[in-house]
Design a protein around this ligand. Structure first.
Ligand SMILES: Nc1ncnc2c1ncn2[C@@H]1O[C@H](COP(=O)(O)OP(=O)(O)OP(=O)(O)O)[C@@H](O)[C@H]1O
Ligand SMILES: [Mg+2]
Length: 112
């Protein structure tokens, strides 16, 4: 299993959620976060490094899936999050040791 963590522009969340549900994802967590990337939280690229870095609002999506779904989840996120402008976001992929559905005590990918 893998966890896909995607940091995206907030206004894209509905579209991305719908596309993930369409490809058969039945659980995800979202968190309203703040962050900055290479431009230090600015919407334009400045030549000086003297401009203060600031946080921009972003949404973090976390989805845990079977290994064979990683590519389709990444592709769905990219398809809907990409505008081609700076700040489109980033995807991080983590290995997941285990998952447990508390109600039934099922473990592993059946618990997803
Ligand atoms: N190396 C990182 N570690 C943790 N979070 C990051 C990292 N890079 C980006 N993020 C998160 O992702 C958000 C979006 O990053 P962003 O898309 O601006 O990345 P970038 O590398 O600057 O790419 P671009 O040049 O396309 O803007 C940031 O606001 C931050 O929350
Ligand atoms: Mg950036």
């Amino acid at each position: 299993m893998k966890k896909i963590e995607a940091i995206i522009k907030p206004y894209k969340i509905e579209e991305i959620k719908n596309s993930l549900v369409e490809i058969g994802i039945h659980g995800m967590t979202v968190t309203y976060v703040e962050g900055f990337g290479s431009q230090g939280g600015h919407t334009e690229i400045y030549r000086t490094s003297e401009i203060a870095v600031s946080f921009l609002p972003k949404i973090k999506i976390e989805v845990v899936v079977d290994d064979d779904k990683v590519d389709s989840v990444n592709n769905a996120i990219i398809k809907h999050a990409k505008t081609g402008s700076i700040g489109d976001g980033k995807i991080f992929v983590y290995n997941i040791e285990n998952a447990i559905r508390i109600r039934t005590e099922e473990e592993g990918s059946v618990a997803l």
